[in-house]
Design a protein around this ligand. Structure first.
Ligand code: HEC
Length: 260
């Protein structure tokens, strides 16, 4: 399903496409002098969507290894940057159909290849720097969780590339993740149980020549140990549980990327 609506403030072009990624971006009549070409928009959107999938794939890998990190009886966890990357490659391939090891020959915009390479490298660096944390002895919960990984990776990535990646939710635990007006309205759409699963929503802002994309996140069983029931009870991080259920929307990854 594809929805398109034209806002007239900037003007802003609002588009949404399926996460499967093959649907084309619908564009209403638009005077050419107002902004970037359709091809530039499409390539930018593809890049933004793949960056969100890769960041979320990294979050997923961290989540899957949470019990290993938090084992107080084991010192060396063997979760090296290389182990992380191997798992990341698998998850990303199953979700996007793209092999990070074969990026150069992949049919992707050049920019997507470059950005995915940077994001992969930043993820590995964050895991490398977290080794003392992950391997600390006699400590149970270490706080190296998907959101912390995501925040570290996203801020480093933004510094290097100028592309903003952010994890956000309607009722954020970390005020730094609070949604802006656009993010809030999209999060409200995602929260509607009838919203199509995994559909991204994106918007082109002609004035700032950038594209914004929101990629929905859903709970897996592991997320629920912190974000699940019973609502209002403290989780092991000392935050109140949200009372989410399995498969429910848990927020989004927000991308702001200049259109080239
Ligand atoms: C070990 C507990 C724990 C687990 C497991 C966990 N989270 Fe979180 N989550 C947190 C904490 C704590 C924060 C706030 C982190 C911070 O201060 O930046 C957070 C933040 C977030 C945010 C950013 C918005 C906000 O509230 O600040 C999203 C989105 C999110 N989690 C989704 C998930 C999803 C989806 C999963 C499963 C894939 C998951 N979390 C697994 C504890 C957890």
């Amino acid at each position: 399903m594809v929805r398109a609506a034209l806002k007239i403030i900037f003007p802003v072009l609002l588009v949404s496409t399926g996460v499967a990624g093959s649907e084309t971006v619908p564009v209403k009549e638009k005077p050419p002098e107002l902004g970037p070409s359709l091809q530039a928009i499409q390539e930018t959107e593809d890049t933004a969507r793949l960056l969100a999938i890769l960041l979320d794939s990294g979050r997923y890998v961290i989540n899957e290894n949470q019990d290993l990190f938090d084992d107080p009886n084991k010192e060396q966890k063997g979760f090296s940057p290389e182990v992380f990357e191997r798992q990341l490659i698998e998850v990303f391939r199953s979700r996007s159909g793209i092999d990070l090891q074969e990026l150069q020959s992949a049919r992707l915009p050049r920019r997507a290849k470059e950005m995915l390479t940077v994001l992969d490298a930043v993820g590995k660096k964050v895991v490398a720097e977290a080794q003392p944390e992950i391997n600390s002895k006699g400590v149970g919960f270490k706080g190296f969780i998907p959101a912390v990984f995501g925040l570290r990776v996203a801020s480093r990535f933004t510094e290097i590339t100028g592309v903003r990646l952010k994890q956000t939710a309607l009722a954020p635990r970390n005020p730094l993740n609070a949604p802006d007006a656009f993010e809030r309205s999209v999060l409200q759409e995602f929260a509607d149980p009838s919203f199509p699963r995994e559909k991204v929503i994106s918007e082109v802002t002609a004035k700032s020549k950038s594209l914004r994309l929101m990629f929905p996140l859903y709970t897996t069983r592991q997320c629920l140990t912190c974000h699940g029931e019973p609502k209002g009870k403290l989780d092991k991080t000392g935050h109140l549980r949200e009372g989410l259920r399995l498969g429910q929307n848990a927020g989004a990854i927000s991308v702001v990327i200049p259109i080239q």
